[in-house]
Design a protein around this ligand. Structure first.
Ligand SMILES: [Zn+2]
Length: 496
């Protein structure tokens, strides 16, 4: 199966699911929305489409990218882009199979479910398929899960390396009006590449590491990793076992020839520095004059809006800060009106995937005029959450030598309820606020959050309100809450 020639992209059009080729998609012969039962697999498929398009059809400048958005590729443009690259994208190539290595040394085959993030690992099963369901994957789905494993998943553990961006990074993608527009919106022009990725050379002739090979224990500097190598980097040695026969693919559900196992082997190498991935924001700290960069990930159960400032705002206070994903910076430089954003990633504990996140955000017109407002809005919401936490903490703990607390810790439980019950409010505010004149929307957000926090506090203390020995704790914690809420009032609430 060749990703540049065969039909592997699962789309849905008017309720019907079919697989189309990349050429049909980019030449606008067929369209549709991506359609797989798992949102993380759709997200990985989109990332793979963007990576191939970026490497094969890089637009020179804004004018050419705008043309791509309006006008599909012609067949000959498509063929020109593929020239010399067909071998890179052949899943069964005798020497350089897509995202694999030949001659992997492994005694036994690993079942395919090990490549479906969160299926084979032992713990939290609430979001995954029942055990034993995965029996094999079709060629298209195997390509998607190989890419997902290399870029989005924790490593296989036990000495296997995680991907280019470390374990479980957050990925951002800009959403267009249809699938091919979405792909093009996430492709960087040569001019943006030069600005965003200092290591980029317009004559980028680097090869994916599964084509070029990689010596064991080799050391590479991130600045020598060009675009093709960075977008097609396989951190582990994997090799698919040959197709076993036909069956129902456990990912897309179609009846197709299936791969049922693969060989895996760890190998070690070191990359010095950080390769600036086009779809990732980077956070940094400056220590002893050295900038240390990292890719943000979902490390706690907090919702993804908490991370949104890191994903779209450029911030540098001399000691620390963050850069948005290069595709976001590019869109900002184009002066695009509204930003529709998809944010995705896993939360893990070492090799185990605990949770997957895929959310959409919309930032209202003129967002690029005032991105620091996103930071301000998120900080404000977090301050309301902190007020609730602090008041409930006092209520639970009491004050030594003064009054006893309830002896229960309500803070984490109510933080989770706060996040759940304010998520829509935050998303709506980001989508509707005026980025040039935000004050009335911020006032209204404040009053909604205040009402919510007060209600949650009342709910938390309700079971204790009749207990005489709790009177002091009740009064003190409510006083503390009111003080914090007053401080947060938009026009600098004064208090004693
Ligand atoms: Zn499939």
């Amino acid at each position: 199966m060749n990703l540049l020639k065969d039909a592997w992209i699962p789309v849905q059009q008017a309720g019907l699911m079919e697989k189309i080729t990349l050429q049909q998609l980019l030449c606008n012969e067929k369209q549709g929305e991506l359609c797989l039962p798992r949102d993380d697999m759709e997200f990985a498929c989109l990332q793979l489409l963007v990576a191939i398009t970026q490497v094969l059809f890089p637009p020179a400048d804004k004018a050419q990218l705008v043309q791509r958005l309006k006008q599909p590729l012609t067949r000959s443009e498509y063929d020109d882009g593929c020239e010399g690259k067909l071998d890179w994208f052949d899943l069964d190539h005798p020497e350089t199979p897509f995202m694999q290595f030949r001659g992997v040394n492994a005694k036994e085959l690993t079942p395919m479910d090990k490549l479906m993030a969160g299926v084979a690992d032992g713990t939290n099963k609430t979001f995954v398929n029942p055990q034993g369901l995965i029996e094999g994957l079709c060629a298209g789905c195997v390509s998607i899960v190989l890419y997902n494993t290399a870029y989005n998943c924790p490593s296989m553990g036990g000495g296997f390396k995680s991907g280019m961006r470390g374990s479980t990074p957050i990925t951002v993608l800009i959403r267009g009006d249809n699938l091919s527009q979405t792909v093009w919106h996430n492709v960087l022009t040569a001019a943006s590449l030069k600005r965003e990725m200092p290591c980029y050379e317009p004559s980028d002739i680097t090869l994916p590491n599964y084509i070029e090979g990689l010596r064991k224990d080799s050391k590479l500097s991130a600045s020598t990793i060009g675009l093709a190598k960075g977008l097609f980097w396989q951190p582990a040695r994997f090799e698919l076992a040959p197709i076993e026969g036909e069956g129902v693919c456990s990912c897309c559900g179609q009846n197709l020839p299936l791969y049922t196992g693969f060989k895996k082997e760890k190998f070690s190498y070191t990359i010095e520095g950080v390769w600036p991935h086009p779809l990732s924001a980077r956070t940094f700290t400056i220590k002893a004059g050295q900038k240390e960069e990292k890719f943000p990930s979902f490390t706690t159960s907090q919702p993804s809006w908490v991370h949104l400032a890191k994903l779209v705002v450029d911030k540098d206070n001399g000691k620390e800060g963050y850069h948005p994903a290069p595709v976001i910076t590019q869109l900002k430089s184009f002066g695009a009106k509204r930003l529709n954003l998809m944010v995705g990633g896993y939360r893990n504990n070492q090799a185990t995937v605990l949770e997957r996140r895929h959310e959409m955000y919309s930032l209202a017109s003129d967002w690029q005029e005032n991105t620091s407002l996103v930071d301000e809005l998120i900080t404000l919401a977090q301050e309301y959450k902190k007020a609730l936490r602090k008041a409930l903490y006092l209520f639970g703990e009491g004050v030594k030598d003064s009054f006893a607390g309830a002896g229960v810790n309500l803070t984490d439980q109510y933080e989770a309820v706060f996040y759940q019950s304010t998520e829509q409010l935050i998303q709506d505010t980001l989508a509707e606020i005026s980025y040039t004149q935000p004050s009335s929307a911020l006032d209204s957000l404040s009053s909604s959050l205040k009402a919510r926090v007060t209600q949650l506090f009342d709910q938390a203390i309700f079971p204790y309100r009749q207990e005489p020995k709790m009177l002091k704790a009740l009064a003190s914690s409510r006083r503390l809450l009111n003080k914090y809420l007053k401080d947060l009032e938009p026009h600098g609430g004064n208090h004693e």
